[in-house]
Write a protein that binds this ligand. Structure first.
Ligand code: ADP
Length: 275
């Protein structure tokens, strides 16, 4: 009788605990949804006036203006662009973290995607006297199945950083692939720079949100500490891996490895078209 009483009260205790836990879970989930909605609404509200600031400064630049007026308008326009990219990063982070985030699965050419990303960054590299090199190994399949937009976002963020933290040197982007079987490969993209490098004790921290390796230099170079966090979250979504080797004063190498299904049907269809 005594043991049964004890068991009953234990069961009751467990049930109460279970209920409390579920309640806390529901509340936490509601808080996350509220935070995501808030971020998303705020970002949209900020984006509209920002687009007006950027758009109208670009129109103003076409008027007859003296050099110092052009400089001022350029400053307004650049500040607007910077703010817009921060807002876009915040919006993107909450999107990637939300349960509904899915990667596309469409055929694309990794070589063409990397070429496009490098071309977009080449002007910035030239301005800083950086040689931007690209090397695509023969092992990289012509077509793979996946999300080209998100893969390009990963490489853009890495190349952007490599250029930002380098002056008068090189940035080398290389890609290679390891065949796992007939239909699958691991694509490895390396972004190497000869820039300022990252101290060993900061190398894991830089992937965390809002974290910068060194407050003083980061202040000089600008940025928010969101780029690498987005890279890390996206690489996780791709079921890939991410690593960093770096030495202060010598440079850094970021390596991303992602599994991809190789698209062969389109390749074969293309070959059949050739007489
Ligand atoms: P942001 O560049 O906007 O500050 P990131 O998340 O992209 O944010 O990078 C976080 C920090 O990591 C940077 O502030 C910088 O200190 C360091 N970092 C990233 N990439 C490099 C690089 N290629 N060379 C040196 N430091 C880097």
């Amino acid at each position: 009788q005594e043991t049964k009483k004890k068991l009953d009260s234990k069961e009751l205790e467990n049930e109460q605990l279970h209920k409390a836990l579920n309640k806390a879970k529901r509340e936490a989930e509601r808080a996350v949804v509220a935070k995501d909605n808030f971020l998303s609404n705020m970002s949209h509200e900020i984006r509209t006036p920002l687009n007006a600031i950027i758009g109208f400064s670009d129109i103003l630049k076409k008027e007859k203006l003296n050099d110092s007026q052009i400089d001022l308008i350029d400053t307004i326009s650049n500040a607007g662009e910077n703010l817009l990219s921060i807002i876009n990063d915040i919006l993107d982070l909450s999107k990637i973290e939300s349960g509904q985030f899915l990667l596309e699965k469409k055929p694309f050419s990794p070589a063409k995607a990397l070429k496009a990303v490098c071309e977009m960054q080449s002007e910035k590299a030239t301005e800083k006297n950086i040689k931007l090199e690209k090397e695509i190994d023969d092992t990289v399949p012509e077509l793979v199945l996946g999300d080209v937009f998100r893969l390009s976002q990963i490489t853009t963020n890495l190349i952007n950083n490599a250029i930002k933290f380098t002056q008068d040197g090189f940035v080398k982007v290389s890609a290679s692939a390891d065949l796992l079987d007939d239909d699958n490969c691991t694509l490895t993209i390396k972004v190497q720079d000869s820039g300022i490098g990252i101290p060993e004790d900061k190398q894991q921290l830089v992937f965390e949100r809002f974290t910068q390796a060194d407050a003083a230099t980061s202040h000089k170079f600008g940025g928010t500490g969101l780029g690498l966090n987005i890279v890390k979250l996206l690489v996780d979504k791709f079921n890939g891996s991410l690593s960093l080797e770096s030495k202060v004063g010598e440079g850094s190498v970021f390596t991303v490895s992602i599994p991809f299904k190789i698209e062969r049907e389109l390749e074969e269809a293309k070959q059949k078209e050739i007489p």
